[in-house]
Design a protein around this ligand. Structure first.
Ligand SMILES: [Zn+2]
Length: 164
């Protein structure tokens, strides 16, 4: 979850737009005619920057939020606004990364596998990240993943216990 770091493609777009804005403003720059009177597109494989010229420079955050809504990302509904820091950002690195493993349902974490093998408290179901937090009678957190995402006090103490 690369939240609060602007996607590179949008940053590049913003930088390009800024440069174009400068070019359009400066009549004496030799590059200006190239940008204002555009050549025809000859090769369809090329994507020259003027294909995507807009009157206004790109608004990164607006575009980012827009893209996020249509993103096919696991549990993307958890994040209402991708441009701000998500809850729990100030947790320890270990807890933050464990929290994000639950958010993204990424694989089995080493810690939980070890835990299940050592303690023999498996409920019989497959120990997916989602099962562990949402439905396992042995481990689930009241309120499930949404609660965990909020990184409130109970969620953090659940995380701490779990990560042991
Ligand atoms: Zn279980």
């Amino acid at each position: 979850m690369l939240s609060n770091i602007e996607p590179p493609v949008l940053r590049r777009k913003a930088a390009t737009d800024k440069l174009l804005e400068q070019i359009v403003k400066h009549d004496s720059w030799p590059i200006q005619p190239d940008i204002l009177s555009l050549p025809l597109l000859r090769l369809t494989s090329r994507k020259p920057l003027w294909l995507d010229l807009q009157p206004e420079p790109v608004d990164i955050k607006r575009r980012w939020r827009h893209n996020w809504k249509s993103a096919q990302v696991v549990n993307s509904h958890l994040v209402c606004d991708p441009t701000i820091r998500q809850p729990g950002f100030d947790l320890s690195r270990q807890q933050w990364s464990l929290l994000n493993r639950f958010r993204t349902e990424q694989g089995h974490c080493g810690a939980c596998r070890r835990k299940w093998r050592l303690t023999d408290t498996d409920c019989g179901e497959t120990q997916t990240m989602s099962h562990i937090v949402e439905s396992c009678p042995l481990t689930k957190l009241n309120g499930g993943l949404s609660r965990l995402h909020s990184a409130d006090e109970d969620a953090v103490s659940w995380l701490t216990n779990y990560g042991k």
